[in-house]
Design a binder for this molecule. Structure first.
Ligand code: HEC
Ligand code: HEC
Length: 149
């Protein structure tokens, strides 16, 4: 019974996802080819590019529009445009992350599924600006103050 329920839920989720994609209309990763890839391989598979872009969103906790813009006339997304500084910064970050993996962790990026050591999430942890120092332990300090009184 429980098993069936799980299966049904999974099917529903899947249908939901398919629905969402068709709702999207022209999907962002539809070819014929990507016009402005400077770091990623130009012949990258659509699902791989999607996984990478979804990864950027969750690593920084942002949406596509953080880096990409819509065409002003057609209002369609123009993913190839380099209008936003964030996109250019992201490209530098991709190069840095690749360098760290290759130079310091001996990762072979030419493998089909390289076992990377460093990802955007390693530093960003769901934040636009990575924290670089521990947050002050305010609750602990407060409790110490209470003890003193
Ligand atoms: C943190 C910045 C960032 C976020 C967020 C992001 N992207 Fe990207 N995206 C990039 C960068 C950088 C490139 C170019 C990579 C390169 O030069 O190899 C790119 C390239 C692309 C391309 C290929 C465009 C072309 O023709 O050259 C598509 C399509 C795309 N992104 C879709 C998306 C979608 C859809 C989302 C949201 C789910 C998203 N991106 C979120 C930074 C981002
Ligand atoms: C080694 C740590 C590290 C890694 C790995 C890393 N970043 Fe960053 N990133 C930073 C730091 C530090 C900043 C500067 C933060 C600031 O200005 O407060 C930054 C800034 C950025 C910014 C600019 C944010 C803004 O609002 O100006 C973007 C976009 C970005 N990173 C995207 C990425 C993406 C995409 C990846 C993965 C390909 C990545 N980063 C991997 C450390 C890292």
């Amino acid at each position: 019974m429980k098993h069936h329920f799980k299966k049904a839920t999974a099917t529903l989720l899947l249908l939901g996802l398919v629905g969402l994609c068709s709702f999207w209309g022209k999907r962002p990763y539809d070819g014929p080819e990507h016009k402005n890839l400077q770091v990623l391989p130009k012949d990258i598979k659509q699902e791989k590019l999607k996984a990478i872009m979804d990864g950027f969103c969750s690593a920084l906790n942002v949406k596509c529009g953080f880096c990409h813009v819509r065409n002003k006339e057609t209002n369609e997304w123009d993913y190839a445009a380099d209008t936003k500084g964030h996109k250019k910064e992201a490209r530098d970050m991709m190069k840095m992350t690749n360098d760290l993996n290759v130079k310091y962790f001996g990762v072979d990026l030419n493998e089909e599924n390289p076992k990377v050591a460093i990802t955007c999430y390693t530093c960003h942890r769901g934040e636009e600006h990575p924290v670089f120092a521990p947050k002050p332990a305010q609750p602990l300090l407060d409790s110490l103050r209470t003890i003193k009184q």
